[in-house]
Structure formats: structure tokens, C-alpha cells
Design a binder for this molecule. Structure first.
Ligand SMILES: *[C@@H]1O[C@H](CO)[C@@H](O)[C@H](O)[C@H]1NC(C)=O
Ligand SMILES: *[C@@H]1O[C@H](CO)[C@@H](O)[C@H](O)[C@H]1NC(C)=O
Length: 349
């Protein structure tokens, strides 16, 4: 029983049409740097720090071509995946006003990754989606958002407060549980860390590999955004092509920052995204497709599930962790910082 032992899918979620065509695998950090080839191509530095995983073709700008041909290694466990996946980092702001980067916690279910992201690709079933084409990119979220997106149970970006070690028990079904998932950073200390989830749209216009805002070529189903792994919604006529649902999961190791004497005196929570957002509403994800040849299409068509797939090969984290990109921007992103990198001119919030 590969699915239930791996994912412990709640029965209610299965009844809603939870898919069993799903890749779920780990990608270690390939670099932390203040560059952003999607939103600010060529800017060295870009506006804020990102944590990046995937292939080593990642750079301040990247050609709109097949990046699987430019990369020579990947931090993801599927050898065929040279895509890049990135998000803002999380920083802790101490009561004295200084900032420290919050490390990512490794998802022990996927092995000895070096920080990084757990990546999911989900389809309603075999032969139901069209995999991305070389040069495809997209963006999910809005870095400038500071209020709710109002999507309720269909929120595409959320946080979950893990109440104890081992992620406090139930780790699945991100963004679907209004009791536990919030669009904002949790208000209380989280003894098991904080999970971030970013879910991308599942419909494509079938024409554009990218659009100026990196969002308009993709869309949500007509009945509203798909929740995690419930991806059988109908795509709108403007965006008729169903694509795999891409979903990022990151667990921030906040355990060293749970002393409330270090938290703001007004009782507010102390975490902030690297773009200066103290709410969490501005959480976002960037995606640059880079699977080799038709390997992603193959995986989506062949009922693959979890971290392995007939026809694809995998590497261990011992090898994946050796794949690295050199930092381009020379600045401190670690230690206690007077301000967030790139955010010197931000007014305090
Ligand atoms: C990154 O881009 C710079 C030019 O901006 C180039 O010199 C460098 O070789 C590129 N690095 C990689 C790993 O492609
Ligand atoms: C600010 O607070 C942090 C956390 O307690 C501490 O480690 C750091 O030394 C303090 N920095 C200054 C300049 O007081």
C-alpha cells in the first residue's frame, strides 16, 4: 500500500477526489542568494533573499530555453529534474531589532536533504495533464500582499504551526484545514517549526511559456483554486490545458526562536519574510521548468507516486547535496543583521 503508508491520506480527503498520481520528492538547497531570474532577471542584487533548489543552471538571468541542457547537476533526488524552485526566506526579528535567518528543517520522511524544499507534482490520474514545455516559468502568490486573498479553504499559500517534534503528528493536506492552516505566520510559538506551503495554478493557456507578470498564462479552475492534490476541476476556456499541480513545502526550524522574552513586547509574532513582510500574506513561489526531455510527462502518465517512478532514476542526498551554485551577491545573509538584506530603506513595521 504505497499511498497510505507514505501519505496517511485522511479518508475525507480521498473521498473528495484526492489524487494518487503524485510525485513527492526532496530537493536540497542549491544556493541562498539575492537574485531572481524570474521577477528581476539580470538584477544583481534583486530586492530580497531567496532560498533556491534544483539544477545548477540557476543564475541572475536564465535563458528561455531548455535549462536541462545547461545544468550539469541537480539537488533534487530525481536525476531528470533540473528545474529551479525558490521562495523567500524567513527571518526572525529579535526584540532588539536585529534579524537572523531561520534555517529550514529537513523533512525526515524524505531523507538527509540539506535544507531545501519538498516538491509535489500532482495530476487527477494517469494521462490527464500536459507537462510543462522547455522555457516554461510561473509565479504563485503576490510578494506585495498584506491582506487575505480571501480564498478560505482554497488558499494557495499557507502556514501551519507544528505543535511538537515530528511535525506534531498530522503533516498533510496543506492549506485545507482552517483550524490549523493560516495565511499569516502563526501567532504563537511553534515547538515543531512552521511549515510553509505554496500551491501553483493548474490550468495553462496552452500558448505562452511565460507572461510579463509570470501569472497570466496560468489560471485556476472555473470553480476556484484547486486545493492540494484535489485537482479534478474544470479549466476555463481561456486556459484549457490542465497542467500538473506544483506544490512547495518548506519547514522552517523556528525552535531556537521560541523564547517569548525575545518576541516583540506588544505580543505580536517575530517572523518576517525576506521581503520585509511581517504578515506572511506575501509568501510566494517561483518556478522554472527544467525536466529532461519528456520525463515529467512520463511520470504524470505512468501513475507514479512518491519519490520513485518507473522509467526515472534517482540519486541519494549524498550526491544531491554536492550540487551547488556559487553565491553571486556578496553580503551577509547570516548572523545577527541590522536589517534584512536589500531592505535597508524599509520603514520599521
Ligand atoms: C551566470 O551569468 C553570468 C553572467 O551574468 C555568467 O558569467 C556566469 O557564467 C553564469 N553562471 C552560470 C553557472 O551559468
Ligand atoms: C540582539 O538579540 C539577539 C537575540 O537575543 C542577540 O543574540 C544579539 O546579540 C542582540 N544584538 C544586539 C546588538 O544587542
Amino acid at each position: 500500500m504505497r499511498s497510505l503508508t507514505l501519505l496517511a491520506i485522511p479518508a475525507a480527503v480521498q473521498a473528495q477526489g484526492f489524487s494518487t498520481t503524485m510525485l513527492r520528492f526532496g530537493c536540497s538547497q542549491v544556493v541562498i542568494d539575492r537574485i531572481d531570474p524570474l521577477v528581476e532577471p539580470g538584477s544583481i542584487p534583486s530586492a530580497h533573499v531567496h532560498q533556491v533548489v534544483g539544477g545548477n543552471a540557476f543564475n541572475a538571468s536564465m535563458p528561455n530555453t531548455d535549462i536541462s541542457k545547461l545544468a550539469t547537476c541537480t539537488t533534487c533526488t530525481f536525476d531528470q529534474d533540473f528545474s529551479n524552485y525558490w521562495t523567500a526566506n524567513v527571518y526572525f526579528k529579535a526584540r532588539n531589532g536585529t534579524y537572523k535567518r531561520v534555517p529550514q528543517m529537513v523533512n525526515d520522511a524524505i531523507g538527509a536533504a540539506n535544507a531545501g524544499i519538498t516538491v509535489y507534482y500532482t495530476a487527477p490520474g494517469p494521462n490527464t495533464v500536459t507537462a510543462f514545455k522547455p522555457g516554461f516559468r510561473m509565479f504563485s502568490g503576490d510578494a506585495a500582499r498584506r491582506t487575505s486573498s480571501g480564498l478560505g479553504r482554497n488558499m494557495q499559500s499557507c502556514f501551519r504551526c507544528y505543535t511538537g517534534p515530528n511535525f506534531g503528528g498530522n503533516i498533510y493536506s496543506p492549506c485545507m484545514d482552517p483550524q490549523r492552516d493560516t495565511e499569516t505566520f502563526p501567532k504563537q510559538p511553534c515547538p515543531g517549526g512552521i511549515r510553509s506551503s505554496v500551491i501553483f495554478p493548474i490550468c495553462w493557456d496552452g500558448k505562452n511559456l511565460d507572461t510579463p507578470n509570470h501569472k497570466d498564462h496560468v489560471a485556476h479552475p472555473v470553480d476556484g483554486p484547486a486545493t492540494f492534490a484535489v485537482v479534478n476541476g474544470k479549466c476555463p476556456a481561456s486556459h484549457p490545458v490542465k497542467i500538473p499541480q506544483v506544490h512547495y513545502e518548506i519547514v522552517w526550524d523556528t525552535t531556537k526562536f521560541n523564547n517569548k522574552n525575545e518576541w516583540p513586547e506588544d505580543g505580536s509574532q517575530p517572523f518576517v519574510l525576506s521581503n520585509g513582510d511581517p504578515t506572511g500574506y506575501g509568501q510566494h513561489g517561483d518556478y522554472v521548468f527544467g525536466w529532461k526531455d519528456d520525463s515529467l510527462q512520463h511520470a504524470m502518465d505512468n501513475n507514479c507516486f512518491g519519490p520513485t517512478c518507473r522509467g526515472l532514476t534517482t540519486q541519494g542526498f549524498d550526491k544531491a547535496n554536492k550540487c551547488q551554485v556559487k553565491t553571486v551577491v556578496r553580503e551577509d545573509t547570516e548572523g545577527w543583521l541590522q536589517h534584512l538584506p536589500g531592505q535597508e530603506h524599509m520603514s520599521p513595521m
